[in-house]
Design a protein around this ligand. Structure first.
Ligand SMILES: [Fe+2]
Ligand SMILES: [Fe+2]
Length: 368
């Protein structure tokens, strides 16, 4: 059985590598981009969340070409009881048939997720599914996502999904009226938030829906206030978490960073400190986000925040990246390469260990 599974696995470590590009470092938290392994990877125990807070804020293990997740015996991992496996795809910005490159990239992520052994239990899609919020674009996106062979796909919205029709299509079709939402899986509490609420900049200016969308979709537009969760959603979060003890592991999904990363590009949630207040009693909190189109991590007290690459295009690191104590830069994306600077991620939350792997296509484009 194991032999069969291994034969079907994506041979990550057997791919013909492209010429190496200088590695980028994501040093705070002890996580490195590994040019040989082509992953951003770290491992930490659930207890490790707490330990990391108390000691160094650092994550625990690094991937290397010869160790780490690449060589993880997945069949063995599958035998572990109680492991939550999910894949994370972000920021596809699918534009319909006018931009088939976006389709190729999202399809590649879908195919790679399907090829994982064991297959993830579910997928979280982190927002900016489409670029202009139109129904046509959503239907195009949904056709590609229909290829995912997982039990469930969860969604949180990005600003590009929302501001053409103020979330009407999204609420009805992507989240079936439920936002924010939460669920439990094998002892972990997962929460999806609507993190892209802008103060109303359109009513007084009598903007058309398309004008509103165009402005909302421009990161540094001077008309935009910061993203907020809003009082109502913060109250919902507090109530949703109230039935859990401080030991409960909590994972939050929200499109923009749930902290003050870089305001000029709206890498920012204005009322993030209020959310942190609600979360501070928990020993183990992970906040996963998209929007920044880059791998970036930040630890704020008990909260490990992880940003992810997109399947559309990479953003450079903002100046604030260095004030986080991080070093290095992403390799400059080569626009002639369909998959450069892009990718997706997967997580395994076991009884004693939490694993996170970023599959970055920069060096080894997808082959499935
Ligand atoms: Fe995006
Ligand atoms: Fe976004």
């Amino acid at each position: 059985m194991n032999r069969l599974i291994k034969k079907k696995m994506i041979p990550w470590d057997q791919r013909a590598g492209d010429p190496l590009i200088p590695a980028t470092g994501i040093a705070a938290g002890g996580t490195l981009f590994d040019p040989l392994a082509n992953v951003m990877s770290k491992r930490m125990t659930r207890r490790g969340f707490l330990t990391a807070t108390a000691l160094t804020g650092a994550t625990v293990l690094l991937a290397s070409a010869k160790s780490g997740l690449l060589d993880l015996p997945y069949a063995e991992a599958a035998a572990q009881a109680g492991t939550v496996r999910f894949a994370l795809i972000a920021d596809s910005h699918t534009m319909g048939a006018k931009n088939p490159r976006m389709k190729s990239r999202l399809s590649a992520a879908v195919n790679e997720v399907n090829a994982l052994i064991p297959r993830p239990d579910w997928v979280i899609y982190m927002g900016d599914a489409v670029h202009d919020g139109s129904e046509d674009q959503f239907k195009y996106f949904e056709e590609i996502m229909a290829g995912l062979q997982v039990k469930k796909v969860y969604y949180v919205p990005g600003e590009h999904d929302w501001y053409l029709d103020m979330g009407n299509y999204y609420m009805k079709n992507m989240v079936k009226g439920r936002l924010p939402w939460s669920f439990d899986d094998k002892g972990v509490h997962f929460v999806g938030l609507n993190g892209i609420l802008y103060p109303d900049f359109w009513t007084v200016r009598k903007l058309s829906p398309q004008e509103r969308m165009n402005i909302a979709g421009t990161l540094n537009h001077p008309m935009l206030g910061p993203f907020t969760l809003g009082r109502e959603q913060l109250d919902w979060l507090e109530k949703d978490l109230s039935r859990f003890g401080n030991d409960a592991p909590v994972v939050i999904f929200t499109h923009p960073p749930l902290y003050h990363y870089y305001r000029p590009w709206n890498f920012w949630t204005e009322d993030a400190p209020e959310a942190h207040e609600i979360l501070k009693r928990f020993k183990s909190v992970h906040v996963l986000h998209g929007h920044v189109h880059q791998t970036v991590q930040n630890r704020i007290d008990n909260i490990q925040v992880i940003g992810h690459v997109s399947t559309a295009w990479p953003h450079p690191y903002p100046p604030a990246y260095h004030t986080l104590g991080l070093t290095g830069q992403m390799p400059r994306s080569d626009p002639s390469k369909l998959y450069d600077g892009l990718g997706w991620a997967r997580y395994e939350l076991g009884e004693r260990e939490v694993k996170h792997e970023d599959i970055v296509w920069t060096l080894r484009p997808p082959k499935v």
